[in-house]
Design a protein around this ligand. Structure first.
Ligand code: GP9
Ligand code: MN
Length: 632
């Protein structure tokens, strides 16, 4: 007997079956972290949206057999893509990218272990394909559709609308998802695996085309600029002051300068760091600016290792992780150093696996190197105190001299902290973020103090220098009202905003005895030349935009990534030129006809800033360092 019920068209049934399969895969086979209900919802929606987008295309085929064939094969191929990602994920906890597919050494690692990554029950993942295949072979007319043009356009409009809705939710949940890239997991969980692959292909082709058209001649102007404006004529007095020492680098998550030597509820926020400033072996820089863009921590790392600027959009770790660089770890290794990063987070975050390889790091101790449990974690992961504690054994095992970079995690937005770790009370304002920032900063301060003691106890202190640097701001302009209240100001002006981009920099050289507070304008771009000079390493042929912070002979300005800048005398932001000392806008004499004068005092430096940022971008987009001979 024939059923009276109208049959659901095959492309709809297939979308539901295939969508459900992808959802199950995301939810139970990939280890995707879901932090709230919104993320749960988006993860639930996006598989069906993607499936519908893919399969609704079938309505454009007029011939029933073509329609069936399209549905059959697209589900099969798409399932294969999901499965390939799953196998890859089981090995790398990451999703496939185009560069990895074509040139990754990762993939060859996979080759040998592939059999251990395939499970018998994986066959079930093709159940939907089988059902759809069988259905599509049935010649029932009702399964295929024969829409008029209107119906076809409607199906298309419907699928695009669903995609738009999905993207809208994703943007809401994770603003600037597309420009910033973040982590592949973020992309997959928000827009789905297929849209992620499309995004990856677009990113990749954009980067490739700029790369393809470069031939190296672009470097002539850049080298000339560096020779004239950046490279100092002579070495600083501190050249070689830490020759042969280990470099222990601490990336202090979200640490801003405004908490240094400051109080909250009558309590010192950073007692240890404050005492470190007083220490005769410490150089403390109180006008040191972060210059990061959208890539946050990764951008600060990029600045430090390369003395190049990060990009104005996206995270360069992500977009240009495969470029040729001549970074600090590589230069150090030529001098006999080993280099490592220790960071108790997922190693694929910010594309670190790939980028650290490109930068020349020898080892990366990621979360797998740490014992992490619910008890010793908070917020983003392992708490800083157990993190440092567990790291000592790795330091002890390193070949000397070494460069070891520590990246802390606890003082990360939203600055969660367990009650037992809270030594000072939060601030009291309308911003919970700012309120909780203080106890979290204090926890990091204590963790760093403990770490100094552990270094000493393990006999690792004397032969090392310790650098502590804030990576980027922790409190954004969204909290300006509370920030103004805390700082005792009426409001946060654009000038103040730039000043809030100061992060602490400590260079601690045991036994040096000449430590002081240095107030010259400085920034993250300066770290590579500074460290290399301290270690007595000359890198004459290097391409970089920073200065040795101990040199007299410096550019005299720090470019912020948005084109604002701070110079010895001025701060330029939002098109206004301020006197750096007073914070007052610099007046242009009204009756002046002289072009030099009418252009405000900032414009000369402004042009240099633009030029320098552009040169740095050209280097990255064109992958120009591959044409440069650093040995020569
Ligand atoms: C993540 C950590 C924090 O691994 O570096 O990153 P952020 O969000 O600050 O860039
Ligand atoms: Mn950070």
């Amino acid at each position: 007997m024939k059923s009276k019920l109208p049959r659901v068209p095959l492309y709809v049934t297939a979308s539901l079956l295939f969508g459900l399969k992808i959802y199950i895969t995301y939810r139970f086979l990939f280890d995707i972290e879901l932090e709230n209900n919104m993320q749960e919802l988006i993860l639930f929606i996006n598989p069906f949206v993607s499936a519908f987008l893919l399969l609704a295309v079938s309505v454009w085929f007029n011939k029933p057999s073509r329609q069936r064939k399209y549905i059959r094969y697209s589900v099969f191929i798409a399932s294969f893509i999901v499965y390939a990602n799953l196998v890859f994920y089981r090995q790398f906890t990451d999703f496939i990218t185009i560069p990895q597919l074509f040139m990754g050494s990762n993939m060859s690692d996979l080759g040998s272990s592939i059999l251990t990554l395939i499970k018998p029950y994986d066959l079930l993942l093709f159940l939907d394909v089988v059902i759809i295949w069988v259905l599509s072979k049935k010649k029932q007319e009702k399964l295929v559709v024969n829409y008029q043009k209107r119906g076809k356009v409607f199906a298309l409009a419907m699928s695009l609308l669903l995609v738009a809705g999905n993207f809208f939710l994703a943007e809401m949940e994770r603003p600037q998802l597309f420009t910033r890239g973040f982590d592949r997991e973020y992309l997959v969980k928000n827009i789905g695996l297929f849209n992620y692959h499309i995004y990856d292909i677009i990113q990749h082709s954009k980067a490739e085309s700029q790369r393809v058209f470069a031939d190296g001649n672009e470097l002539n102007d850049i080298n000339e600029y560096i020779d004239q404006k950046v490279a100092p004529d002579k070495k600083s007095d501190m050249f070689g002051a830490a020759e042969g020492k280990n470099v222990i680098w601490i990336n202090a998550e979200s640490l801003q300068s405004f908490v240094i030597n400051n109080e909250v509820n009558g309590e010192e926020v950073t007692p240890f760091l404050n005492s470190l400033i007083e220490d005769e072996d410490t150089f403390y820089f109180d006008n040191f600016y972060e210059q990061t863009g959208q890539g946050n921590t990764s951008d600060s790392e990029f600045l430090v290792e390369n003395s190049l600027y990060p990009l104005s959009r996206g995270a360069v770790f992500f977009t240009h992780g495969g470029n040729e660089y001549h970074a600090m770890p590589e230069i150090l290794s030529e001098e006999g150093y080993t280099s490592s990063v220790l960071h108790a987070n997922n190693g694929s975050f910010w594309n670190r696996f790939q980028m650290y390889d490109s930068l020349g790091f020898d080892h990366f101790y990621d979360e797998k190197a740490y014992e992490i449990s619910a008890e010793n974690s908070v917020g983003w992961g392992l708490k800083d105190k157990p993190y440092f504690e567990q790291s000592i054994k790795y330091l002890q095992s390193m070949d000397e001299p070494y460069y070891a970079k520590f990246i802390t995690l606890t003082n990360h937005f939203p600055f969660e902290l367990d009650e037992e770790d809270r030594s000072i009370e939060p601030y009291n304002s309308n911003s919970n973020t700012l309120n909780n920032y203080f106890p979290a900063v204090r926890y990091m301060d204590e963790a760093i103090e403990d770490f100094f003691n552990q270094l000493d106890a393990a006999g690792l202190y004397e032969d090392s220098i310790v650098v502590i640097m804030g990576d980027h701001i922790g409190i954004s302009a969204n909290h300006n009202k509370a920030m103004a209240m805390y700082l005792g100001k009426e409001e946060i002006t654009p000038y103040d905003q730039v000043q809030l981009q100061r992060v602490p920099l400590f260079i601690h050289i045991p036994g040096n005895g000449e430590g002081e507070v240095i107030s010259e304008v400085a920034g993250q771009i300066d770290m590579k030349p500074t460290i290399l000079s301290l270690l007595g390493i000359e890198a004459n042929k290097d391409i970089y935009f920073g200065n040795d912070l101990f040199s007299e002979d410096r550019k005299g300005f720090i470019a912020l990534r948005n084109g604002d800048f701070v110079s010895d005398n001025y701060i330029s932001t939002a098109g206004v030129c301020y006197d750096r000392e007073t914070g007052e806008p610099v007046e242009v004499p009204e009756d002046s006809t002289n072009e030099e004068e009418t252009a405000d005092a900032c414009s000369g430096i402004g042009e240099m800033v633009q030029k320098e940022l552009q040169y740095s971008d050209d280097i990255i987009y064109g992958d120009l360092l591959r044409f440069h001979d650093f040995e020569e």
